[in-house]
Design a protein around this ligand. Structure first.
Ligand code: AMP
Length: 430
């Protein structure tokens, strides 16, 4: 593994990019970045095996920005010079935000294309051509077929989360899109896992690629004890207060989806006599800093945060992360729980899952390829919910499934296991 690039300065990225990284407070490249950036800057094709949370976005965005800035070619009308394909609109948005942040001093043009919204703004955004196009495959193909996007000048291709792309059935669209690209291009493929289908796609797409892998064993997620309570939404508040009676929960971040939710949970904890404070976008910079300083010093035991506000939290010995709400986007789950088990420590992540959130739970388990440990008794299940099968699986030890698909087919419908939720103190204290 490369250890020579312990700072961004030695990587030789263009000055405006380095300046943007300083503004982001990035000082040290993550392992995937240290390995991938020099190879991509050299122009190599790359096969990157890394999951979300490893810094893989910057691992491809930074060197591509560097190369686009060094070689200012015209994209042509409706064209693009770099194409990044992502499986979901949320991931596409995150990637586009990263390009925008790291490239903010470069004056490059970019656009984003995904389904579920009107065509017109995307068509307009593409009209003059862009340097960077981030897209989900379905809508992109749609716009290509209508002649609104032309890819014959693409010199850089990134396929992000290729395994999910395949899981979601995008493989044919991806192949159709790639077939329209010039053969002389740089191609990068990132995937958390390497099932045969992905390996085959990589073999077809990449030309003598360098292979860079950050092994899951060394990523924190493997060290996190991940638990889930199935609980009615109305019971979450009592459950959280009950959990916090355990002093082993010494430094805790509670995540909520909304600012409003963060305030409410904070109030409820305070009513239960638990010292808590919230940080989110509606708090002033001063308030945020005060709260974070208190959390850092250990004076404040429980920090309640939204996903966005949590980005700046850099505290090493968070003992527990609690997902009061499950995030809609499974990537956010990985970011959230990554706040614990830092710096070689182990950590615990506890998710409170109400019946409406079972889809989010399934998405998380699918992304992380890991079943959360179910604690306590379970709630009755709504009809048509496949969760029972899922939970049955969850009782068994985690077993890696290379294809990322869930086992089992049809599940019995209707409620079963009518047990009400009950606290399991033995397990909790473990
Ligand atoms: P990713 O795996 O690309 O989703 O990145 C995970 C998170 O790490 C994102 O929130 C990035 O903003 C952040 N990040 C990526 N690279 C670095 C770095 N070198 N230093 C600090 N934070 C980083």
């Amino acid at each position: 593994m490369t250890t020579t690039h312990s700072t961004f300065a030695t990587l030789g990225l263009a000055e405006p990019i380095a300046r943007a990284l300083s503004a982001e407070n990035y000082t040290t490249p993550t392992p995937i970045q240290a390995q991938a950036i020099p190879l991509v800057m050299e122009g190599r094709d790359l096969l990157g095996i890394a999951q979300t949370g490893t810094g893989k976005t910057a691992a491809f965005a930074l060197p591509i920005l560097h190369r686009l800035a060094a070689n200012r070619a015209a994209p042509g009308q409706r064209g693009a010079r770099a194409l990044v394909l992502a499986p979901t609109r949320e991931l596409a948005i995150q990637i586009a935000e990263s390009f925008r942040a790291y490239g903010r001093h470069l004056g490059l043009r970019q656009a984003i294309v995904f389904g579920g919204v009107g065509h017109r703004p995307q068509i307009d955004a593409m009209a003059r051509g862009v340097d960077i196009l981030v897209a989900t495959p379905g809508r992109l193909l749609d716009l290509m077929n209508q002649g609104y996007v032309r890819l014959e000048r693409v010199s850089h291709l990134v396929l992000d989360e290729a395994d999910r792309m395949l899981d979601m059935g995008f493989i044919r669209d991806v192949r159709k899109i790639v077939a329209t690209l010039p053969k002389a291009r740089q191609s990068l493929l990132f995937s958390a896992t390497m099932p045969t289908d992905v390996a085959r796609l990589a073999a077809d797409l990449l030309n003598a690629p360098a292979r860079v892998e950050v092994t899951p064993a060394s990523t924190p997620i493997e060290r996190i004890d991940q638990r889930v309570y199935h609980v009615e939404a109305s019971r979450k508040r009592d459950l959280l207060a009950g959990l916090l009676a355990d002093r082993a929960m010494a430094r805790v971040i509670v995540f909520t989806r909304t600012k409003h939710g963060a305030d409410r949970v904070t109030r409820q904890l305070e009513q239960s006599g638990i010292d808590a404070a919230a940080i989110h976008g509606n708090k002033s910079q001063n308030q945020r800093q005060r709260t974070l300083a208190g959390f850092h010093s250990g004076q404040l035991r429980v920090l309640v945060a939204t996903d966005i506000a949590s980005r700046g939290i850099d505290v090493d010995d968070v003992t527990h992360v609690v997902n009061f709400d499950l995030p809609h986007e499974p990537e956010s789950y990985v970011h959230r729980i990554g706040r614990t088990a830092r710096a070689g420590a182990t950590g615990v992540a506890i998710s409170l899952c109400d019946p409406s959130e079972r889809g989010s739970l399934r998405a998380i388990e699918r992304l992380t390829r890991r079943k959360l440990t179910v604690i306590g008794e379970e709630l009755p299940m709504p009809a048509n919910d496949q969760a029972a099968d899922e939970r049955d699986q969850a009782q068994r030890p985690f077993k890696h499934r290379g294809d990322g698909r869930r086992p089992g087919g049809d599940t019995p419908k209707g409620p079963r296991n009518r047990g009400r939720f009950r606290f399991d103190r033995g397990r909790r204290a473990a």
